[in-house]
Design a protein around this ligand. Structure first.
Ligand code: NI
Length: 402
């Protein structure tokens, strides 16, 4: 234990020592972002970095362009550390010298930083392995593609990692996410439900179109939609327990082309977010009931729901481990306990199957406001990179020792 705690002390220095590499990796990834399921070059870049490390086995082609790097060091716990690697369909407007070179594609959720940090962690742990100071156990580094978007089967990357069986023997999984609303050097953690489930819906209200001057001869789907929308917007406020956590938003309404023609259908698209399976299921059922009111007005409806990721539920013991590691490495670090909001995160699929925790690591500035995740102006304070490496490496080492 003496030697191990000595190693932890050293971690900050060693992580700082590879800062230039971390920045280089991150900036390379940032300049050449790739969309979900298209991360071919990103994957090749990650593989090239990993191949330089000793003792690491690399398995490619999981969930498309995913990579699993495995460091085996005798009998002991099997743990996983996960980074996502895909970018978003956003036109970057930061004006940074290393801004995206690809039109309409941008690393606006920090996945470039997540990948660079995990490469750094792999490097430090591989060094530990080589010098014989790595605690016993197996570490699986998951470089996961397609966190942001689904394929034609409605799945993101994480479910494919689970399907491939690579997590079957894993006892605990950790992940970090960039947190622009916190300053660099701060950490936000939360036990239990911490990010929302995401289910998207498309509701088509069908009527009978006709001349706008003779509405009584039609079944007007726009009129029906105004009632249905009232019902939809009332669900979170009137039907869900006020102590439940939920959001239900409509993001698109389409119907009609001419001002003097009543169309025969209207389509309403939206998203349902919740923190528990109970509220999630309730909202889906209530949505169906509201849609069915279209019949009261003589219309009909079709409701399709694409079920996405479940809520992210963080394991309390792993959250405690993150906090202990942070306090030990960075005694002055501000640690905030609060849920991460109503966004979704497909790491939740992994957290549903095994104990797992994601922590949000501040990447903002002291003296300037940060742009949010998924903004064309999103930026990462790169000082966060060595902090993330030290924290995740330290947490992994502690986990192996448990
Ligand atoms: Ni993200």
């Amino acid at each position: 234990m003496e030697r191990l705690s000595g190693n932890e002390q050293n971690l900050k220095k060693r992580a700082a020592g590879i800062k230039e590499s971390l920045i280089g990796w991150r900036r390379h990834l940032h300049q050449f972002p790739e969309l979900s399921f298209q991360e071919e070059e990103t994957s090749a870049f990650i593989a090239t970095c990993l191949e330089q490390l000793h003792g690491i086995e690399i398995q490619k082609g999981i969930a498309g362009h995913g990579i699993i790097a495995v460091l085996r060091n005798g009998d002991g716990p099997v743990i996983a550390l996960r980074a996502d690697m895909d970018a978003l369909p956003i036109q970057e407007s930061t004006g940074l010298p290393f801004a995206s070179k690809r039109d309409g594609v941008m690393h606006a959720c920090g996945h470039d930083a997540h990948t660079a940090i995990l490469l750094g962690v792999a490097r430090l742990l591989a060094e530990d392995y080589q010098s014989g100071v790595l605690p016993n156990g197996t570490i699986k580094f998951l470089f996961q593609p397609a966190e942001e978007d689904t394929d034609e089967f409605g799945l993101t990357g994480a479910p494919y990692f689970l399907q491939a069986g690579v997590l079957d023997d894993v006892e605990a999984a950790l992940a970090l996410h960039m947190c622009p609303w916190r300053k660099t050097g701060e950490l936000q953690v939360h036990s239990g439900p911490s990010m929302a489930s995401v289910d998207n819906f498309k509701l088509t209200i069908k009527g009978d179109g006709g001349h706008a001057g003779y509405p009584h001869q039609t079944i007007d789907p726009i009129w029906i939609a105004t009632h249905v929308l009232q019902g939809i917007y009332g669900l979170t406020g009137r039907r869900v327990d006020p102590l439940g956590v939920a959001a239900l938003s409509v993001g698109g309404i389409n119907g009609g082309t001419a001002l003097n023609v009543i169309p025969d259908q209207v389509t309403i698209k939206g998203t349902v977010r919740a923190y528990t399976e109970k509220v999630r299921q309730q909202l889906i059922e209530e949505l169906e009931a509201v849609a069915a009111t279209a019949r009261l007005f003589g219309g009909s409806y079709q409701l399709t729901i694409e079920k996405g990721e479940p809520a992210l539920v963080n394991d309390p013991a792993l959250v405690a481990l993150y906090k202990e590691t942070a306090r030990s490495l960075f005694p002055a670090m501000g640690i905030y306990e609060a849920p991460f909001g109503m966004g979704g995160e497909d790491f939740s699929h992994i957290a549903e199957k095994l104990p797992a925790a994601m922590a949000f690591l501040g990447c903002g500035w002291e003296d300037q406001d940060s742009h949010p995740l998924h903004s064309p102006l999103f930026e990462v304070n790169e000082e966060v990179l060595p902090i993330g490496v030290a924290l995740l490496t330290g947490a992994a080492r502690r986990l192996l020792q448990q």
